[in-house]
Write a protein that binds this ligand. Sequence first.
Ligand SMILES: [Zn+2]
Length: 256
Amino acid sequence: MRIPPGREGKGGLGEALAAEKAAEIGRLAAEAARALSCEAGLGAAEAVLRAGLLKLGGAMLGEALSADPGYRGPRVGCGHGHEAAFTGYREKVIATVLGPVALRRAWYHCAGCGHGLAPRDAELGAAEGSMSPGLAAMSDKAAAAVPFAQAAGLLEDLAGISLTVKRVERAAEADGAAQATASRARAALIARRKLVPLPPDPLPDKLYAVIDGTGVPSPPRRPPAGRARAPTAGTTAIRSASGPTSSRSKLAWRRR
Ligand SMILES: [Zn+2]
C-alpha cells in the first residue's frame, strides 16, 4: 500500500492501515445502502456486507500474522532428537474462517530426518495441514453430521467458505486419527493407573455393559477320551439374558 508522505515509520504505517480499513468499511456501508433500496434488498445487503467483512477480516488476519515471521534462531529442535537449520522463508496459504490467508514464515531443514519444518506452523496449530484450527473445527462438525460432499456444500452456503470435498474429507480423517491417538494414550495411562478419570457429575442413574458382536472366538478343546480329533476352533454365540442368541447383550445396574 502507498503511505502518504510524512507518515512513514511504524506509527505512520499503523495509521495508514487504519485509514485504509476505515475507507473500505465506508465503501461497504455505501454499497449495502444501495443494495437495500433494490427489490429483495435485505438479502443483497447481507451478502455484500458478509463478503466484504470476511475479506477485510482475512486481510487483517494476514497483517497480524505477518508481524511475526517465525524466525526462532539459526537452529531449532526437529522433534526427533536432531537440530534443524534455518534455510530461509517460505510462503504457505492457510484456509481460515475468513478465507485464504498467506503466511510467510521461517523454514528450517533437518539433515538427519531429511525433512523441513516451520516452527510457526506448529505454534499456530497448522503444522499438519493448511487449515486453521477454527476452520478445521467447523469443517469437522459439518463432516460429522453429513457426507463429505454435503459438508463442503454446507460450509459454502452457511459460512461462505469454499473447500473441496477431498479437503473436508482429509481434515476430518486427520483430526479423527489425532483424536483416536489421544484417546488410546489416555486409555493406556488409565490402565497403568497413572491417570484417574474424575466421575461424571451428576452420576448416571443406569449403566449398560454392551457386547458389540455376535460371537466370541474360542480355542480348540482337548479331544474327548476315545476320539482322535479335537473339535476345531470356532465361535461361540453370545447368549444374552433376554434372548437366546441376541447380537447385543445389555446388562443394567441400577445405582442404589
Ligand atoms: Zn530430525
